[in-house]
Design a protein around this ligand. Structure first.
Ligand code: C5P
Length: 413
């Protein structure tokens, strides 16, 4: 990944937090790695770090006000547009609560916020909030972060440690080296080079809940982590990702459109509307195969009698897509097995008319529901079988997407 920064045009935005004193070092590191750097600083930022220092290390003038000095003429007033066009990435570090609010609202009364709006679509924005931990966790800041995340910005959570207030806890800006690594990682997975770039991908994730009565349901241990990791990885490759998820406790990955559903029927209805338009459908949800035939209105009362619950079959969402898919569309599924293994996964690949299936064994320690790692075996419709080692779910998702990309290209789509 060494020189992914070489020749890249990076804007560093600096807001008014004490961590701003570290930013000349950040600029220096970026320059040392071969990047061209321009700096935009807010009025608050300029109180914490000298513009002269920033201009010296970047070798360029520093931008602050959106209005040029009175003695300049001509195109200087449109500098935010030309810089927005110039940039390959925008790093905002530190980002204050105030600037997060401005960015999420679309305000642009200084160079930093105007550049954010003027940046070309698809260019990565990495935001490093740094502030007191309670401020960071306040509902207002979290709401603004959620808005910016949904817009596709990568928000990197602050680290824990000693804070300027004398308190200790969450809020520290990561060190410049770590900021540079995050940027390198982002630029490395250049979306433009992926065959999935601009393609529509639908991912189902999480469990479903099937109502027994108004307060009880049938469900399973699925955490949604695998499906969310796939959605995150696909969005990083520039795909247009829709995530249809059952109830989970996970943040929406950057740039992903999320639809929350509860039951298998809701997941079915939400997914079906994308069957025709999507290029790839990935069924990573643990959809309940059955639902109570007649859920009770309100809460069922206890008495001494045994009760019988009649369950009826839910539609198989992935199989439906598999049967309906047209040339140019790919269906990808999962097979979570407890006893029978690969043979059953192969059977599912065929009966559901899938292009690829990821088999994983369920032991609740290294693989399957809830845990953070997975051991996948990928089987494609031509019988090519790839065994992956135990990997964090994010890495397993990347490998799955590599396989999907290969299939897509091989099929000549
Ligand atoms: O048949 P089985 O439930 O093991 O199939 C697993 C695969 O099928 C997963 O990819 C899952 O998301 C999908 N599936 C589905 N709708 C169902 C059941 C399973 O999309 N009702």
């Amino acid at each position: 990944m060494g020189n992914v920064l070489r020749g890249k045009n990076i804007i560093v935005g600096i807001c008014g937090g004490i961590a701003a004193y570290k930013t000349p070092q950040l600029v220096r590191l970026l320059k040392k790695n071969g990047a061209n750097v321009r700096v935009a600083v807010t009025d608050g930022g300029a109180r914490f770090v000298s513009e002269l220092a920033l201009a010296t290390v970047s070798g360029e003038r520093v931008y602050r006000s959106i209005f040029p000095p009175v003695d300049t003429t001509g195109t200087d007033y449109t500098r935010h547009i030309s810089l927005g066009e110039w940039a390959d990435a925008f790093v905002i570090a530190p980002a204050t609560a105030n600037t997060l609010a401005k960015l999420s609202a679309g305000l642009c009364d200084d160079m930093l916020t105007a550049l954010f709006i003027a940046l070309r679509p698809g260019k990565p924005v990495l935001i490093f909030p740094a502030m007191d931990g309670q401020m960071f966790l306040s509902p207002s800041v979290q709401r603004n972060i959620a808005i910016l995340t949904a817009q596709g910005c990568s928000i990197i959570s602050p680290e824990s440690g000693e804070l300027a207030s004398g308190l200790s806890g969450l809020g520290r800006m990561p060190e410049p080296e770590s900021i540079v690594s995050s940027l390198e990682e982002t630029l490395h997975s250049s979306p433009e080079s992926s065959p999935l770039h601009g393609k529509s991908i639908v991912v189902t994730a999480g469990p479903t809940r099937e109502k027994i009565d108004g307060v009880r349901f049938i469900s399973n241990y699925s955490s949604g982590k695998m499906g969310f990791a796939i959605a995150r990885a696909a969005a990083k490759r520039g795909a247009l990702v829709t995530l249809v998820t059952g109830p989970v406790h996970l943040e929406t990955p950057p740039g992903v459109t999320r639809l929350d559903v509860e039951s298998a029927m809701e997941m079915h209805n939400a997914s079906q509307s994308f069957f025709k338009g999507c290029t790839i459908f990935v069924g990573a949800a643990a959809v309940s195969d059955y639902r109570p035939a007649a859920p009770y209105e309100g809460k069922m009362k206890k008495d001494d009698q045994e009760i019988e619950l009649t369950l009826i079959k839910n539609p198989d969402i992935l199989a439906e897509f598999g049967m309906q898919k047209a040339p140019g569309q790919l269906a990808v599924g999962f097979a979570l097995e407890t006893q029978t293994g690969l043979d059953n996964a192969r059977k599912k690949l065929n009966t559901k008319n899938l292009d690829l299936i990821a088999f994983n064994f369920f032991d609740r320690k290294t693989s399957g529901f809830e845990v953070d790692t997975n051991i996948l075996t990928l089987i494609d419709k031509d019988g090519v079988t790839t065994e992956l080692p135990q990997l964090p779910k994010d890495s397993a998702a990347e490998r799955l997407l590599d396989a999907i990309e290969k299939l897509y290209v091989k099929a000549g789509y």
